[in-house]
Design a protein around this ligand. Structure first.
Ligand SMILES: Cc1ncc(COP(=O)(O)O)c(C=O)c1O
Length: 377
Protein backbone atom coordinates (compact mmCIF):
# COMPACT_ATOMS: atom_id res chain seq x y z
CA UNK A 1 0.00 0.00 0.00
CA UNK A 2 1.35 3.43 -0.90
CA UNK A 3 0.56 5.53 2.18
CA UNK A 4 -1.18 8.86 1.87
CA UNK A 5 1.56 10.37 4.01
CA UNK A 6 4.81 9.49 5.73
CA UNK A 7 6.84 12.06 7.69
CA UNK A 8 10.50 12.65 6.87
CA UNK A 9 12.61 12.68 10.01
CA UNK A 10 16.30 13.49 9.56
CA UNK A 11 19.45 13.04 11.65
CA UNK A 12 19.24 16.62 12.91
CA UNK A 13 15.81 16.00 14.46
CA UNK A 14 17.16 12.92 16.23
CA UNK A 15 20.24 14.77 17.49
CA UNK A 16 18.10 17.66 18.78
CA UNK A 17 15.71 15.32 20.60
CA UNK A 18 18.63 13.42 22.14
CA UNK A 19 20.02 16.73 23.34
CA UNK A 20 16.72 17.48 25.13
CA UNK A 21 16.68 14.03 26.70
CA UNK A 22 20.28 14.24 27.85
CA UNK A 23 19.94 17.73 29.30
CA UNK A 24 16.52 17.12 30.86
CA UNK A 25 14.74 19.97 28.98
CA UNK A 26 11.76 17.85 28.03
CA UNK A 27 8.81 20.01 29.05
CA UNK A 28 7.49 23.37 27.92
CA UNK A 29 10.59 25.46 28.58
CA UNK A 30 13.94 25.30 26.83
CA UNK A 31 16.07 26.73 24.07
CA UNK A 32 14.46 24.80 21.22
CA UNK A 33 11.05 26.28 21.94
CA UNK A 34 12.31 29.82 21.70
CA UNK A 35 14.46 29.10 18.67
CA UNK A 36 11.62 27.30 16.91
CA UNK A 37 9.19 30.16 17.58
CA UNK A 38 11.65 32.72 16.31
CA UNK A 39 12.75 30.68 13.30
CA UNK A 40 9.20 29.98 12.13
CA UNK A 41 7.95 33.53 12.73
CA UNK A 42 10.84 34.98 10.80
CA UNK A 43 10.53 32.42 7.98
CA UNK A 44 6.90 33.52 7.57
CA UNK A 45 7.72 37.22 7.87
CA UNK A 46 6.09 37.82 11.27
CA UNK A 47 7.60 39.19 14.49
CA UNK A 48 6.23 36.87 17.17
CA UNK A 49 5.60 33.15 17.34
CA UNK A 50 3.71 31.39 20.13
CA UNK A 51 4.03 27.62 19.90
CA UNK A 52 1.01 25.60 21.03
CA UNK A 53 -0.07 21.98 21.21
CA UNK A 54 -1.67 21.71 17.74
CA UNK A 55 -3.32 23.66 14.93
CA UNK A 56 -6.78 23.43 16.46
CA UNK A 57 -5.62 24.98 19.72
CA UNK A 58 -3.72 27.62 17.73
CA UNK A 59 -7.04 28.59 16.13
CA UNK A 60 -8.75 28.58 19.51
CA UNK A 61 -6.12 30.90 20.98
CA UNK A 62 -6.18 33.15 17.91
CA UNK A 63 -9.96 33.60 18.10
CA UNK A 64 -9.80 34.05 21.90
CA UNK A 65 -7.51 37.03 21.27
CA UNK A 66 -10.45 38.80 19.57
CA UNK A 67 -12.51 38.81 22.81
CA UNK A 68 -15.69 37.98 20.89
CA UNK A 69 -19.02 38.92 22.46
CA UNK A 70 -21.96 36.52 22.13
CA UNK A 71 -23.42 36.90 18.65
CA UNK A 72 -20.23 38.29 17.09
CA UNK A 73 -19.54 36.81 13.67
CA UNK A 74 -16.49 35.45 11.91
CA UNK A 75 -16.56 34.84 8.15
CA UNK A 76 -14.84 31.66 6.99
CA UNK A 77 -15.03 29.13 4.16
CA UNK A 78 -17.39 26.21 4.59
CA UNK A 79 -14.78 23.99 2.89
CA UNK A 80 -12.31 23.54 5.73
CA UNK A 81 -11.61 21.46 8.80
CA UNK A 82 -14.01 21.65 11.75
CA UNK A 83 -11.22 23.25 13.86
CA UNK A 84 -11.86 26.61 12.14
CA UNK A 85 -15.56 26.72 13.00
CA UNK A 86 -15.17 25.26 16.46
CA UNK A 87 -12.59 27.91 17.38
CA UNK A 88 -15.34 30.45 16.70
CA UNK A 89 -18.15 28.61 18.47
CA UNK A 90 -16.01 27.69 21.54
CA UNK A 91 -15.35 31.42 21.88
CA UNK A 92 -19.05 32.30 21.76
CA UNK A 93 -19.07 33.52 18.15
CA UNK A 94 -21.09 32.57 15.09
CA UNK A 95 -19.38 31.15 11.99
CA UNK A 96 -20.66 32.81 8.82
CA UNK A 97 -19.80 30.78 5.75
CA UNK A 98 -18.87 31.34 2.13
CA UNK A 99 -18.45 28.83 -0.70
CA UNK A 100 -15.14 28.02 -2.33
CA UNK A 101 -13.53 28.90 -5.59
CA UNK A 102 -13.98 26.00 -8.04
CA UNK A 103 -10.37 26.23 -9.28
CA UNK A 104 -8.28 26.66 -6.12
CA UNK A 105 -10.81 25.15 -3.66
CA UNK A 106 -9.96 28.07 -1.34
CA UNK A 107 -12.57 30.54 -0.05
CA UNK A 108 -14.37 32.42 -2.84
CA UNK A 109 -13.29 35.92 -1.89
CA UNK A 110 -15.95 37.51 -4.09
CA UNK A 111 -18.61 36.22 -1.66
CA UNK A 112 -17.15 37.75 1.49
CA UNK A 113 -18.43 41.32 1.24
CA UNK A 114 -22.08 40.26 1.05
CA UNK A 115 -21.66 38.34 4.32
CA UNK A 116 -20.38 41.32 6.34
CA UNK A 117 -22.88 42.59 8.94
CA UNK A 118 -22.64 44.99 11.89
CA UNK A 119 -21.74 41.92 14.02
CA UNK A 120 -18.78 40.81 11.87
CA UNK A 121 -15.51 40.93 13.79
CA UNK A 122 -13.11 38.92 11.66
CA UNK A 123 -12.46 37.11 8.39
CA UNK A 124 -10.67 33.76 8.49
CA UNK A 125 -9.17 32.81 5.12
CA UNK A 126 -7.88 29.22 4.95
CA UNK A 127 -5.20 28.29 2.43
CA UNK A 128 -6.35 24.92 1.11
CA UNK A 129 -4.11 21.93 0.30
CA UNK A 130 -1.07 24.16 -0.22
CA UNK A 131 -2.60 26.86 -2.47
CA UNK A 132 -2.93 30.41 -1.14
CA UNK A 133 -6.21 32.28 -0.86
CA UNK A 134 -6.43 35.46 -2.95
CA UNK A 135 -5.62 37.67 0.04
CA UNK A 136 -5.73 41.24 -1.39
CA UNK A 137 -9.55 41.51 -1.57
CA UNK A 138 -9.83 40.12 1.98
CA UNK A 139 -7.24 42.48 3.41
CA UNK A 140 -8.85 45.45 1.72
CA UNK A 141 -12.35 44.53 2.97
CA UNK A 142 -10.95 44.06 6.47
CA UNK A 143 -9.34 47.48 6.36
CA UNK A 144 -12.49 49.11 5.03
CA UNK A 145 -14.74 47.54 7.71
CA UNK A 146 -12.28 47.48 10.64
CA UNK A 147 -12.14 43.67 10.85
CA UNK A 148 -9.41 41.33 12.05
CA UNK A 149 -7.94 38.79 9.67
CA UNK A 150 -6.97 35.39 11.07
CA UNK A 151 -5.10 33.48 8.40
CA UNK A 152 -5.16 29.69 8.70
CA UNK A 153 -1.94 28.57 7.01
CA UNK A 154 -1.94 25.08 8.53
CA UNK A 155 -1.82 23.52 5.07
CA UNK A 156 0.37 26.05 3.31
CA UNK A 157 3.79 26.16 4.96
CA UNK A 158 6.06 28.11 2.64
CA UNK A 159 3.40 28.78 -0.02
CA UNK A 160 3.57 32.30 -1.45
CA UNK A 161 1.14 34.97 -2.61
CA UNK A 162 1.75 37.90 -4.95
CA UNK A 163 0.07 40.98 -3.51
CA UNK A 164 -0.72 44.33 -5.12
CA UNK A 165 -0.33 42.89 -8.59
CA UNK A 166 0.62 45.36 -11.28
CA UNK A 167 1.35 48.11 -8.74
CA UNK A 168 4.74 49.50 -7.76
CA UNK A 169 4.54 47.73 -4.39
CA UNK A 170 3.79 44.29 -5.89
CA UNK A 171 5.47 41.69 -3.64
CA UNK A 172 5.53 38.00 -2.76
CA UNK A 173 4.51 37.06 0.80
CA UNK A 174 4.60 33.74 2.56
CA UNK A 175 1.28 32.34 3.72
CA UNK A 176 0.83 33.05 7.40
CA UNK A 177 2.65 36.36 7.05
CA UNK A 178 -0.09 38.61 5.71
CA UNK A 179 -2.61 39.16 8.49
CA UNK A 180 -3.19 40.24 12.08
CA UNK A 181 -2.87 36.69 13.38
CA UNK A 182 -1.96 33.50 11.57
CA UNK A 183 -2.03 29.89 12.67
CA UNK A 184 -0.17 26.74 11.71
CA UNK A 185 -0.43 23.04 12.42
CA UNK A 186 2.66 20.85 12.71
CA UNK A 187 0.85 17.51 12.60
CA UNK A 188 2.84 14.61 11.10
CA UNK A 189 1.52 15.20 7.58
CA UNK A 190 2.55 18.87 7.44
CA UNK A 191 5.64 20.23 5.62
CA UNK A 192 7.08 21.11 9.03
CA UNK A 193 6.08 18.63 11.70
CA UNK A 194 6.60 18.31 15.42
CA UNK A 195 4.46 15.16 15.66
CA UNK A 196 1.62 17.18 17.14
CA UNK A 197 2.01 20.93 17.36
CA UNK A 198 0.91 24.34 16.24
CA UNK A 199 1.80 28.02 16.30
CA UNK A 200 0.17 31.43 16.45
CA UNK A 201 2.05 34.22 14.64
CA UNK A 202 1.47 37.95 14.87
CA UNK A 203 3.24 41.29 14.50
CA UNK A 204 1.31 42.75 17.45
CA UNK A 205 3.16 42.44 20.79
CA UNK A 206 -0.13 42.68 22.75
CA UNK A 207 -1.67 39.79 20.83
CA UNK A 208 1.54 37.77 21.27
CA UNK A 209 1.43 38.37 25.04
CA UNK A 210 -2.24 37.43 25.20
CA UNK A 211 -1.64 34.25 23.19
CA UNK A 212 1.29 33.29 25.47
CA UNK A 213 -0.84 33.83 28.53
CA UNK A 214 -3.82 31.88 27.14
CA UNK A 215 -1.61 28.93 26.21
CA UNK A 216 -0.30 28.73 29.77
CA UNK A 217 -3.38 28.93 32.03
CA UNK A 218 -3.21 32.74 32.24
CA UNK A 219 -0.80 32.63 35.16
CA UNK A 220 -0.52 36.09 36.67
CA UNK A 221 2.73 37.84 35.80
CA UNK A 222 3.66 38.95 39.32
CA UNK A 223 1.90 36.37 41.44
CA UNK A 224 2.17 32.67 40.58
CA UNK A 225 -1.04 30.59 40.90
CA UNK A 226 -3.16 33.72 40.89
CA UNK A 227 -5.62 34.15 38.00
CA UNK A 228 -7.66 37.06 36.74
CA UNK A 229 -8.55 35.30 33.48
CA UNK A 230 -9.13 31.74 32.33
CA UNK A 231 -6.71 30.16 29.91
CA UNK A 232 -5.73 26.71 28.73
CA UNK A 233 -2.82 24.33 28.92
CA UNK A 234 -2.01 24.33 25.20
CA UNK A 235 1.78 24.18 25.67
CA UNK A 236 4.18 22.59 23.19
CA UNK A 237 7.20 20.78 24.61
CA UNK A 238 10.87 21.57 24.03
CA UNK A 239 11.18 18.00 22.70
CA UNK A 240 8.61 18.73 19.99
CA UNK A 241 10.16 22.12 19.20
CA UNK A 242 13.54 20.39 18.82
CA UNK A 243 12.06 18.35 15.96
CA UNK A 244 10.38 21.43 14.49
CA UNK A 245 13.53 23.54 14.46
CA UNK A 246 15.40 20.94 12.41
CA UNK A 247 12.43 20.78 10.04
CA UNK A 248 12.31 24.56 9.52
CA UNK A 249 15.98 24.50 8.53
CA UNK A 250 15.11 22.02 5.78
CA UNK A 251 12.21 24.02 4.30
CA UNK A 252 13.91 24.90 0.99
CA UNK A 253 14.47 21.19 0.20
CA UNK A 254 11.01 20.27 1.46
CA UNK A 255 9.36 22.75 -0.89
CA UNK A 256 11.43 21.54 -3.84
CA UNK A 257 10.37 17.95 -3.10
CA UNK A 258 6.69 18.91 -2.78
CA UNK A 259 6.72 20.91 -6.00
CA UNK A 260 8.46 18.08 -7.82
CA UNK A 261 5.76 15.71 -6.52
CA UNK A 262 2.93 18.03 -7.60
CA UNK A 263 4.40 18.65 -11.04
CA UNK A 264 5.09 14.93 -11.57
CA UNK A 265 1.49 14.03 -10.80
CA UNK A 266 0.17 16.81 -13.02
CA UNK A 267 2.38 15.79 -15.96
CA UNK A 268 1.08 12.23 -15.82
CA UNK A 269 -2.58 12.94 -15.07
CA UNK A 270 -3.38 16.04 -17.10
CA UNK A 271 -4.55 14.07 -20.15
CA UNK A 272 -7.42 12.51 -18.16
CA UNK A 273 -10.35 14.80 -18.88
CA UNK A 274 -12.64 13.36 -16.20
CA UNK A 275 -10.57 14.65 -13.28
CA UNK A 276 -9.81 18.17 -12.15
CA UNK A 277 -6.26 18.61 -10.83
CA UNK A 278 -4.77 21.22 -8.49
CA UNK A 279 -3.97 24.55 -10.13
CA UNK A 280 -1.38 27.22 -9.49
CA UNK A 281 -2.76 30.67 -10.14
CA UNK A 282 -0.29 33.17 -11.68
CA UNK A 283 -0.25 35.02 -8.35
CA UNK A 284 0.53 31.92 -6.33
CA UNK A 285 3.39 29.56 -5.57
CA UNK A 286 1.75 26.51 -4.21
CA UNK A 287 3.37 23.74 -2.16
CA UNK A 288 1.04 20.79 -2.88
CA UNK A 289 0.54 19.94 0.80
CA UNK A 290 -1.86 17.31 -0.49
CA UNK A 291 -2.35 16.49 -4.17
CA UNK A 292 -6.12 16.61 -4.56
CA UNK A 293 -8.31 15.65 -7.46
CA UNK A 294 -12.00 16.08 -8.19
CA UNK A 295 -13.83 13.49 -10.28
CA UNK A 296 -16.30 14.65 -12.89
CA UNK A 297 -19.83 13.56 -12.02
CA UNK A 298 -20.03 12.08 -15.55
CA UNK A 299 -17.69 9.26 -14.40
CA UNK A 300 -20.61 7.87 -12.41
CA UNK A 301 -18.19 7.53 -9.49
CA UNK A 302 -18.01 9.48 -6.27
CA UNK A 303 -14.89 9.88 -4.13
CA UNK A 304 -15.92 7.09 -1.72
CA UNK A 305 -16.19 4.53 -4.51
CA UNK A 306 -13.06 5.80 -6.27
CA UNK A 307 -11.10 5.58 -2.99
CA UNK A 308 -12.33 2.02 -2.50
CA UNK A 309 -11.14 1.05 -5.98
CA UNK A 310 -7.78 2.80 -5.53
CA UNK A 311 -7.33 0.97 -2.23
CA UNK A 312 -7.68 -2.34 -4.07
CA UNK A 313 -4.91 -1.10 -6.41
CA UNK A 314 -2.69 -0.43 -3.37
CA UNK A 315 -3.16 3.34 -3.20
CA UNK A 316 -4.23 5.00 0.03
CA UNK A 317 -6.26 8.22 -0.25
CA UNK A 318 -8.25 10.58 1.95
CA UNK A 319 -11.57 12.25 1.14
CA UNK A 320 -11.92 16.03 0.85
CA UNK A 321 -13.47 17.99 3.72
CA UNK A 322 -17.21 17.87 4.27
CA UNK A 323 -18.45 21.48 4.42
CA UNK A 324 -19.02 23.02 7.84
CA UNK A 325 -22.67 23.68 6.81
CA UNK A 326 -23.17 19.90 6.39
CA UNK A 327 -21.71 18.93 9.78
CA UNK A 328 -24.39 17.35 11.99
CA UNK A 329 -22.81 18.81 15.12
CA UNK A 330 -23.91 22.22 13.83
CA UNK A 331 -26.98 21.42 11.72
CA UNK A 332 -28.50 19.53 14.69
CA UNK A 333 -28.34 22.81 16.60
CA UNK A 334 -30.18 24.60 13.79
CA UNK A 335 -27.15 26.39 12.34
CA UNK A 336 -26.79 27.00 8.59
CA UNK A 337 -30.41 26.02 7.98
CA UNK A 338 -31.24 26.09 4.27
CA UNK A 339 -27.75 27.32 3.35
CA UNK A 340 -26.33 25.89 0.13
CA UNK A 341 -22.72 26.01 -1.04
CA UNK A 342 -22.76 24.14 -4.36
CA UNK A 343 -19.01 24.11 -5.06
CA UNK A 344 -18.08 22.85 -1.60
CA UNK A 345 -20.87 20.27 -1.75
CA UNK A 346 -19.71 18.96 -5.12
CA UNK A 347 -16.01 18.75 -4.26
CA UNK A 348 -16.80 17.18 -0.87
CA UNK A 349 -18.61 14.40 -2.78
CA UNK A 350 -16.19 14.09 -5.70
CA UNK A 351 -12.80 15.00 -4.22
CA UNK A 352 -9.99 13.03 -2.64
CA UNK A 353 -6.27 13.35 -2.30
CA UNK A 354 -3.52 11.01 -3.44
CA UNK A 355 -0.38 9.93 -1.56
CA UNK A 356 1.54 13.17 -0.98
CA UNK A 357 4.16 12.48 1.69
CA UNK A 358 7.74 13.66 1.65
CA UNK A 359 9.12 10.15 1.27
CA UNK A 360 7.22 9.46 -1.96
CA UNK A 361 9.42 8.10 -4.77
CA UNK A 362 9.19 8.52 -8.54
CA UNK A 363 8.25 4.82 -8.81
CA UNK A 364 5.40 5.29 -6.32
CA UNK A 365 4.08 8.36 -8.16
CA UNK A 366 4.17 6.39 -11.41
CA UNK A 367 2.30 3.51 -9.77
CA UNK A 368 -0.40 5.83 -8.38
CA UNK A 369 -0.84 7.43 -11.80
CA UNK A 370 -1.14 4.02 -13.52
CA UNK A 371 -3.83 3.06 -11.01
CA UNK A 372 -5.78 6.30 -11.58
CA UNK A 373 -5.51 5.88 -15.36
CA UNK A 374 -6.61 2.25 -15.20
CA UNK A 375 -9.72 3.08 -13.17
CA UNK A 376 -10.75 6.01 -15.36
CA UNK A 377 -9.95 4.51 -18.74
C1 LIG B 1 -6.73 24.18 7.58
C2 LIG B 1 -6.45 23.49 8.86
N1 LIG B 1 -6.57 24.18 10.00
C3 LIG B 1 -6.34 23.61 11.20
C4 LIG B 1 -5.98 22.28 11.30
C5 LIG B 1 -5.85 21.66 12.66
O1 LIG B 1 -4.57 21.24 12.94
P1 LIG B 1 -4.30 20.08 14.01
O2 LIG B 1 -4.62 18.79 13.36
O3 LIG B 1 -2.84 20.23 14.30
O4 LIG B 1 -5.14 20.36 15.18
C6 LIG B 1 -5.83 21.53 10.14
C7 LIG B 1 -5.41 20.12 10.21
O5 LIG B 1 -4.92 19.54 9.27
C8 LIG B 1 -6.09 22.13 8.89
O6 LIG B 1 -6.02 21.43 7.75
Amino acid sequence: MIPVNEPLIGEKEIANVLDCLKTGWISSAGKYLEEFEQAWASYCGMHYGVAVSNGSTALQVAVACLDLQPGDEVILPTFTIISCAQAVTYNGGIPVLVDCDPRTWCMDVSQVEARITPRTRAIMPVHIYGHPVDMDPILSLAKQHGLFVIEDAAEAHGAEYLSDRGLSNEAWHRCGGMSDISVFSFYANKLVTTGEGGMVLTNDPKIADQARSLRNLCFHRERRFYHTELGYNFRLTNLQAAIGLAQVERMPETILKKRWMGESYTQQLKHISSIQLPVEEPWARQVYWMYGLVLAESTGLDAVEFARRLHIEGVETRPFFLGIHEQPVYTNKGLFKGEKYPVAERIARQGLYLPSGLTLTKAQIDEVCRAVEKLLA
